[in-house]
Design a protein around this ligand. Structure first.
Ligand code: ADP
Length: 398
């Protein structure tokens, strides 16, 4: 049984085709520059690869038709016809408060997604375009939406309400939503499997550290608190996003620098984070290199990130009344060996001990705590696409 997983951005489309018999990816790729000049296709299977091939893709619908053409190509294709795809799983960023789990998409769900566009103006419109294109091309296939926000809908109001006038929550739905839910769910389930314990009995802190980053407290398999909030800028410092900030800084800077709302948003979302502090790059690899070459601002950027992650680990341990496992995932979490060591230094008070030798790995699933450590520490490469494929299979009742 084959399931197609799609992740549509405003001008891009990432896809993976899964054979659910063994959960193997049999083809995957990316179309960039959709609707722009010279769209490009990258497509690969076990025995075939093409990179940056110029194609015609003026919109998402034609881009998806091109993907189907590649998948069914008589020479390098991986299936005979589109009929072999049993369902399509779509990554959707925002489901607001109405969507607390993955759902089969129908007109009512699409209307809810349209309603959430204001909450995720950069992402939801592109996700909707992808869904509408698939409904047009494959009207008889179940389309399933898997939401970045859904996993966090289990948070209690004590964790999601902001202490601002309640009417703003009622009128504008201003509250903590959280993101990266599919990743936090996947790695927490994986950690439970590695520990050979039911997830219902575990308290897990998942650290998704990539270009965008968040930490989540997962108690009994449910998100009880998470560091991202209403927008995608709170919590940890990210590549170019500031993370937690005293709100007083915003009007102060607007006044001092005479900034408009767009300009201050640009500062907080695009000029801050690791890039803002280091002045070097938003990419952890560049910053590590600069730090090793003696750049003190690069060192400061890494120190601020490590401190923020440590702070959330302490906070979420308190929120859950303990912790059984800490998980590192995503580009930085899976690869930045020294950062993991800095975050986990001096955590003996929790009964946590990192094993320096075991920690010396990149991008591999492994327990990196000492055998005696009471709290386990894991590196678990995230796999949001597989999670989407699994949920699609379940929701489409295949
Ligand atoms: P996104 O949020 O875009 O999915 P990723 O999860 O791919 O991001 O993470 C990107 C980040 O991971 C970048 O800061 C990158 O520098 C970092 N990263 C990737 N590989 C390494 C590595 N080998 N060492 C340190 N950082 C790495």
């Amino acid at each position: 049984m084959k399931i197609l997983v799609l992740n549509c951005g405003s001008s891009s489309l990432k896809y993976q085709l899964f054979n659910m018999k063994d959960e193997r990816v049999i083809a995957k790729g990316l179309i960039e520059r959709i609707g722009l000049e010279e769209p490009l296709l990258n497509h690969e299977t076990d025995s075939f690869q093409q990179d940056k091939v110029p194609i015609d893709a003026p919109n998402h619908r034609i881009a998806i038709q091109r993907v189907i053409k590649e998948l069914t190509d008589p020479v390098h294709g991986v299936m005979e016809s589109m009929d072999e795809i049993r369902a399509v799983g779509h990554r959707v960023v925002h489901g607001g408060e109405k969507i607390a789990e993955s759902v089969l998409i129908d007109d009512t769900v699409l209307a809810v997604l349209e309603g959430c566009t204001e909450l995720a103006p950069l992402h939801n419109p592109a996700n909707i375009m992808g869904i509408e294109a698939c409904r047009a091309i494959m009207p008889d296939k179940p389309q399933v939406g898997v939401f970045d926000t859904a996993f966090h809908q289990t948070m209690h109001r004590s964790a999601y309400l902001y202490a601002i006038p309640f009417e703003y929550y009622e009128k504008y739905h201003v509250r903590r939503y959280g993101f990266h839910g599919t990743s936090h769910k996947y790695v927490s389930q994986r950690a439970a499997a590695l520990m050979q314990k039911p997830i219902e009995s575990l308290k897990i802190i998942t650290c998704h550290l990539g270009n965008g980053s968040s930490v989540t407290a997962v108690q009994g398999g449910r998100s009880v608190d998470t560091s991202l909030g209403f927008g995608t800028v709170a919590g940890l410092p990210m590549g170019t996003r500031c993370g937690d900030l005293d709100p007083a800084v915003i009007p102060y800077l607007m006044d001092k620098e005479n900034l408009t709302i767009d300009q201050i948003s640009n500062v907080l979302y695009k000029q801050s984070g690791l890039y803002g502090i280091s002045g070097v790059s938003s990419d952890m690899r560049d910053i590590e290199k600069e730090m090793k070459a003696g750049n003190d601002r690069a060192a400061a950027a890494i120190e601020v990130l490590a401190h923020a992650v440590k702070r959330f680990i302490g906070t979420y341990t308190a929120v859950m009344g303990g912790v059984d496992a800490i998980v590192f995932t995503a580009g930085i979490g899976e690869n930045a060996i020294d950062l993991r060591a800095t975050i986990c230094a001096d955590m003996g008070y929790l009964g946590t001990a990192l094993d320096a030798d075991r920690n010396n790995i990149r991008g591999e699933e492994r327990e990196i705590s000492t055998p005696e450590s009471k709290v386990k520490i894991f590196v678990i490469p995230t796999n949001e696409e597989l999670m989407i494929a699994r949920e699609t299979k379940e929701i489409a009742l295949l």
